[in-house]
Structure formats: structure tokens, C-alpha cells
Write a protein that binds this ligand. Structure first.
Ligand SMILES: NC(=O)c1ccc[n+]([C@@H]2O[C@H](COP(=O)([O-])OP(=O)(O)OC[C@H]3O[C@@H](n4cnc5c(N)ncnc54)[C@H](O)[C@@H]3O)[C@@H](O)[C@H]2O)c1
Length: 350
């Protein structure tokens, strides 16, 4: 079974690899490039090679968010140019969200756009970053400041890659799966609210992808409905940025920060959208069972609030949030006061 997104398709496991091999054989691509980072080069490339029957040029970039920048793009574009890439070349992005974001972006711009295929290897990338057509890089200390909307030709999803992912990264991706349940499907949230180990996660990944694809199909360019995918992200993003600026070596992972954001924003939902307080507590407990608690003092909360004020989701200096009306249903562009945001941190701490 595959999943259709707006202009693309996600293929799973063996069917995916066979589709990839057949597509390459039938295609008239002039050159094939595979993009990996230093970790996926070690951990994922051998399995990739064991599944494909074509040759390719390998591009290796340094791992991590700190390298999702224009310097790495320059390296990729230089490599493509020096190795004879033309408009009919193909790029295969084999890695986590950093690789698919930067790979999608560099491919979309090179020679006004060459085809690319995503093969996500982290859980976060499988359930989130590799689908939906957002590509991009960080610029001037601002996350995802440069980018384009462009979907991959197709995506291959194989949960085998998760075997080598470390537990912290696995949990980070898991929080995005919980988010899919919270914003769109109550039954799914309750199915996965008790932490599921990677050995048993593959059919839940499919469910998450179905939810994300359905949302993206309705509003690819994020004019309205797609914003619900940002639940937990207004405060979560600001918390992520705060820790990154404070001490890059001890930064929070994206999903860790978003999980705090979801607890805070569940509280705000009780204040602004009639969200059930018992359900807000249940959400808090679900996340505290998976993620360690983080301490916030007054100074850090104020700094986080300042970052929120600069967030792209806040139009006209208002603090705009995606909030829950019930588990499985969310609304966007809810205007929230600063005072309530401060209260939400007290709630997280209690
Ligand atoms: N485009 C989108 O819609 C979208 C959505 C969500 C997040 N993102 C972006 O995705 C990025 C985060 O994604 P991520 O968490 O995958 O980050 P990542 O790509 O940095 O991967 C996390 C770490 O795991 C390593 N890794 C990946 N797969 C592995 C495997 N199978 N075995 C061992 N190590 C492995 C990577 O090398 C890296 O060190 C951020 O830049 C974020 O902005 C994009």
C-alpha cells in the first residue's frame, strides 16, 4: 500500500525499493547523485546499496542542524557542477530532516530545478520532514529562512533505518506522531499515547503520514488549514531557539522542544478554546512519561517570550497559536495574551 500526497507518492519497504530500481531503469536521468550526512553515510548507505541496482555519485555533508546552511549548499552545488550534473540529473536524499531539507532545496534551485527523491532515515523525517513539500535552510540564525515548496518525485519509507537511530532522536520524532493524533485523530493519539518502541512503530508511521498528507493536500502552501501542523510549535520553536542560542552544545532536539510546546499550548487551549482540563493533564502526563522535565526560570521565560514575538506565525504583533478544541481537533490563528503564556509555564512547572 502506498500513500498519495499532492503531487507525489510514498512507497513502503520492499515495494519501495523495487519501485525505485524500476523507475531508475526506465528513466532518462543522465546522472544520479545520492546525498548523505556523515552519520547516514556510515549507518544507512550500506543498507541503501544492498537494495539498489544502479551506480551513483555520492555527496557527503557534515551532520547536524548547524550545517543546514548556505555554505553546505555551496558545497553541494559545486559538487554537482564539477561532476557534470545537468537538468536531467536526479538527487536522492538519504538522511534525516537536515538532509531532505537541504537536499530538496539545493535540487530545487540547481539549474532551475532537478528531480529529487527522499529516503528518510530518522523517525522525525519519516513522519514529518520528508513529506509535505517544504524544503529549506537556516539563514542568519533564523531557522528555515530560505526555502521553496517542492515535493519529491516520490519517497521511499523503510523503518529498517531506525535500527541505528539513537533513542533521543527516536523520541524526538515520536513527539511529532503524538502531535498528529492531537490535532487530527483522537483514536490514533490514544493508540500511541503509551510509548511504542521502534520494533513496533512501522504501521503507526503510516498512520502519521496519512494524517500529514491529508492536511497538506488541502493546503499545500499553508494559507490556512495546514497551520494546524504547527500545534506546539509557536512556543516549542521559541524554546528550541532559546536553548540553541544559550548553549549550542546542550541544545534541545526539535521534538523535545515541541513536546514542551504542546503541553504549554494544551493549557492555553483550556483557557481559549474550552479544551477539557482533564485531557490537558493527560497530555502533560503523556509527554512527561517520555521526555525529561526542563527547568525554566523567570529570565528564560521572558527571553522565550521575546523570541515568540518575532515568530513568523505572529501577524500584526499578536501572539497567534494553533490550539485544541478537543483531542483530535484543532483550530488556528487564536490570539493569546502574554499573561496567559506566562501562566502556561507555571502549569508546565506544577
Ligand atoms: N520540511 C519539513 O516539513 C520539516 C518538518 C519537520 C522538521 N524539518 C527539519 O528537519 C530537521 C530535523 O530532522 P531530524 O531530526 O531528522 O534531524 P537530522 O537530519 O539532523 O537527524 C538527526 C541525527 O540523526 C542522524 N541520523 C539520521 N538517521 C539516522 C539513522 N538511521 N541512524 C543513525 N543516525 C541517523 C543524523 O545524522 C543526525 O545526526 C530540522 O532541520 C527541521 O527544521 C523539516
Amino acid at each position: 500500500m502506498n500513500i498519495k500526497t499532492l503531487n507525489s507518492v510514498i512507497y513502503f519497504g520492499e515495494e519501495g525499493w523495487s519501485f525505485l530500481n524500476k523507475s531508475i531503469l526506465k528513466s532518462n536521468y543522465t546522472k544520479l547523485f545520492v546525498l548523505v550526512d556523515s552519520n547516514t553515510n556510515n549507518h544507512c548507505l550500506p543498507y541503501f546499496k544492498s537494495n539498489v541496482d544502479f551506480d551513483f555519485n555520492l555527496i557527503v555533508i557534515k551532520e547536524g542542524e548547524k550545517n543546514k546552511n548556505i555554505d553546505t549548499c555551496n558545497e553541494i552545488w559545486k559538487f554537482l557542477t564539477n561532476n557534470g550534473a545537468d537538468r536531467k540529473s536526479l538527487m536522492i536524499n538519504l538522511g534525516g530532516g537536515v538532509v531532505t531539507d537541504i537536499g530538496g532545496f539545493t535540487a530545487s534551485v540547481f539549474k532551475r530545478g532537478i528531480d529529487f527523491i527522499n529516503i528518510p532515515t530518522s523517525l522525525l523525517c519519516m513522519v514529518d520532514a520528508s513529506v509535505g513539500g517544504k524544503t529549506g535552510i537556516d539563514f542568519n540564525l533564523i531557522k528555515n529562512q530560505l526555502g521553496v515548496f517542492k515535493e519529491p518525485v516520490f519517497t521511499i519509507l523503510d523503518a529498517f533505518f531506525l535500527k541505528t537511530l539513537n533513542e533521543r532522536e527516536y523520541k524526538s520524532g515520536y513527539s511529532e506522531m503524538l502531535k498528529h493524533g492531537l490535532i487530527a485523530e483522537e483514536k490514533y493519539f490514544f493508540k500511541i499515547s503509551s510509548f511504542i518502541k521502534r520494533e513496533h512503530v512501522s504501521h503507526h508511521i503510516k498512520k502519521s503520514l496519512e494524517i500529514k498528507s491529508k492536511i497538506v493536500k488541502k493546503d499545500m502552501n499553508e494559507f490556512g488549514f495546514r497551520k494546524i501542523l504547527n500545534f506546539g510549535h509557536t512556543l516549542g520553536h521559541a524554546i528550541e531557539t532559546y536553548f540553541l542560542l544559550k548553549d549550542p552544545k546542550n541544545a534541545l532536539l526539535h521534538g523535545e522542544a515541541i513536546s514542551i510546546g504542546m503541553v504549554l499550548e494544551s493549557f492555553l487551549s483550556t483557557k481559549y478554546c474550552g479544551f477539557n482540563e482533564t485531557d490537558a493533564l493527560l497530555i502533560k502526563k503523556t509527554f512527561s512519561n517520555i521526555f525529561p522535565k526542563i527547568e525554566f526560570d523567570k529570565k528564560s521565560i521572558n527571553e522565550i517570550l521575546n523570541i515568540v514575538k518575532h515568530d513568523k506565525k505572529n501577524l500584526d504583533n499578536n501572539l497567534n497559536f494553533v490550539l485544541l478544541t478537543k483531542i483530535g481537533n484543532s483550530i488556528w490563528d487564536v490570539n493569546v495574551s502574554e499573561k496567559s503564556v506566562l501562566k502556561s509555564f507555571e502549569y508546565y512547572d506544577s
